[in-house]
Design a protein around this ligand. Structure first.
Ligand SMILES: [Fe+2]
Length: 551
């Protein structure tokens, strides 16, 4: 069976392909269109489809649209009421519903040969749930979905047994932990449904002194749901315009909302565990990208394992809807093998790009060691290897790497990327070395979706990646899964004594992550990066970039 999954309705349009129960390809449209998040989640853009990523998924598998058994669309317009029904009063919903109803025809137009009757609607939160519960390595699990909104809900709690979902609770709109966080993002002068992770970063600079007031407003209910009344955030800290400086009160407000969100999530997870008694909890929905909350769920609830879909935002519903429909067609689906489900190039193809660009390049004996040498000398490396990642995190395939031992490297990396200085960068570490340096969060932590405490004796040795609150958002690297990245880490440790490397996504300000070799060359050409490691080749900067803050 060949099932194509599509996410299109709000933001992060994406496509995924499941063939005979196996995940063959998954990619976000932004990586092709080079437009961050693919589109803004406006009602009049709801019709836009992930045309480029969908076409690529099919081409990758050598499938023509007429050969598809089904196309799964991760939103069901029949479940969407009127703007008044949701309590949100969003008149744009009329247009969203209409465009979703027309999606089969739009899809047939975008993928010539596709029979529109093959398009199946999947409830948005069921698509999110499947992206976690069916993609996780443990087959039977509890699942919790939390996002801004779906058709009429913002939450699902349930359980997968033998690949079948049993829904145990669902919170109807207008209550939404995701929309609450989005409202705060907007209040703090950031971009709604895009910059929520900046609020999470800002929260670590504040004290949660408003949490008492919030605890009376934002509460979990006994039926597994919650209440989130509209909050006037200006009562705590004045509204900020874009780029305006934030004050202590703003950081304190962010810290308070963050803490209250964590507390309600803990209540929801405990409620679910009381009903299922499962050992594994799986998470999806944009709220599941909140690494701080994820660690508390892991550390403070009875669930022994917590697995989070790396594309937890709406992009992941392309994969989830495809898995759900494949199951419905009688397939036994396989867990996702890793996040590297996007585009990749052969060595010959990469060399062709380098030849066309007419730049000097080398093929070192071991690219991992060549990179480690530059990193040990405090250079910055653009690392382009294998297939690109599905989801917002660079996980060693499209990464910007640096030495973690220099405090000034945080500012340097944020300058390279042209972003705010309060934003942290994250460490990658060999899985077997992680427990001696990082604690509290789970190990392994393959997808960089939890925060860990940095051991006291390591804080001064890896200051670039140790956040102001003494934590780090780690990615553990398994030698069997990522042999090249593991070897690079080993080579770096041999030279420096530090088994940790700074890893942030390979992109510059406001742009999506690098995806193809041309993007990598453009990024390398415009940013102060010392080395581009692309496949087995390296391209060197003729002059070293400025190195500051040597300790
Ligand atoms: Fe969603």
């Amino acid at each position: 069976m060949k099932v194509l999954g599509i996410n299109a309705i709000y933001h992060d349009p994406a496509a995924a392909l499941v063939v005979d129960g196996r995940i063959v390809a998954a990619a976000e449209e932004e990586r092709f269109s080079r437009r961050k998040h693919g589109k803004r989640p406006l009602p009049w853009s709801a019709w836009e489809l992930p045309e480029l990523s969908a076409a690529w998924c099919l081409a990758e598998a050598g499938i023509h649209p007429e050969e598809l058994d089904a196309v799964a669309y991760s939103f069901d317009p029949s479940l969407m009421g009127t703007p008044e029904d949701s309590g949100l009063g969003d008149d744009g919903d009329v247009m969203r519903k209409m465009y979703a109803e027309k999606a089969p025809e739009f899809l047939a137009h975008a993928l010539p040969g596709l029979d529109p009757a093959k398009v199946r609607y999947v409830k948005h939160h069921v698509a999110h749930a499947a992206s976690a519960g069916l993609a996780a390595p443990t087959q039977d699990n509890s699942v919790l979905v939390l996002d801004g909104r779906g058709e009429a809900h913002s939450h699902l709690a349930g359980r997968y047994v033998d690949g079948q979902l049993e829904i145990l609770a669902g919170q109807a709109l207008p209550h939404s932990l995701g929309l609450l966080y989005e409202d705060l993002t907007d209040h703090l002068g950031f971009l709604r449904s895009s910059d929520e992770f900046k609020v999470m970063a800002m929260a670590s600079y504040g004290k949660p002194r408003f949490v008492g007031e919030l605890s009376e407003l934002v509460v979990a209910t006994e039926d597994g749901g919650f209440r989130t009344p509209k909050i006037d955030f200006s009562a705590f800290a004045p509204r900020l315009r874009k780029g305006e400086d934030w004050t202590e009160a703003h950081a304190d407000l962010a810290a308070s909302v963050q803490q209250r969100t964590e507390e309600v999530l803990l209540d929801l997870a405990r409620w679910l565990h009381d009903r299922t008694g499962d050992t594994t909890l799986t998470l999806a929905g944009g709220v599941a990208l909140n690494c701080v909350a994820n660690t508390r769920i892991f550390a403070e609830t009875p669930f022994e394992h917590v697995w989070v879909q790396p594309a937890a935002g709406d992009a992941g519903t392309a994969l989830g809807s495809a898995l759900h429909v494949a199951r419905g067609l009688g397939e036994t689906t396989e867990p996702m093998p890793g996040a590297d489900l996007g585009r990749g190039w052969s060595d010959d193809e990469i060399e062709q790009y380098l030849t066309t660009a007419a730049i000097e390049y080398e093929r070192p004996r071991d690219v991992a060691d060549a990179v480690a040498e530059v990193l040990a000398d405090n250079g910055i490396v653009a690392w382009f290897q294998g297939r690109s990642e599905y989801g917002p995190r660079a996980l060693g395939h499209r990464s910007l790497l640096a030495h973690p031992g220099y405090e000034a490297n945080l500012e340097r990396m944020n300058d390279v990327k042209g972003r705010e200085q309060f934003r942290p960068v994250a460490p990658m570490v060999l899985a077997e070395r992680a427990p001696e340096i990082f604690s509290r969060g789970p190990v392994p932590s393959r997808y960089m979706l939890f925060v860990h405490d940095v051991a006291q004796e390591w804080k001064a040795r890896i200051p670039t990646v140790t956040h102001v609150d003494g934590t780090a958002r780690i990615q553990t690297v398994d030698r069997a899964e990522e042999p090249l990245v593991a070897r690079m880490l080993e080579c770096f440790e041999r030279r420096t004594g530090i088994p940790v490397v700074v890893n942030t996504s390979l992109n510059t300000a406001g742009r999506p992550m690098v995806d193809d070799p041309r993007d990598a060359l453009e990024c390398f050409g415009s940013a102060p990066v010392d080395l581009l490691a692309i496949g087995p080749f390296v391209v060197r900067r003729s002059r070293p970039t400025p190195r500051t803050g040597q300790v």
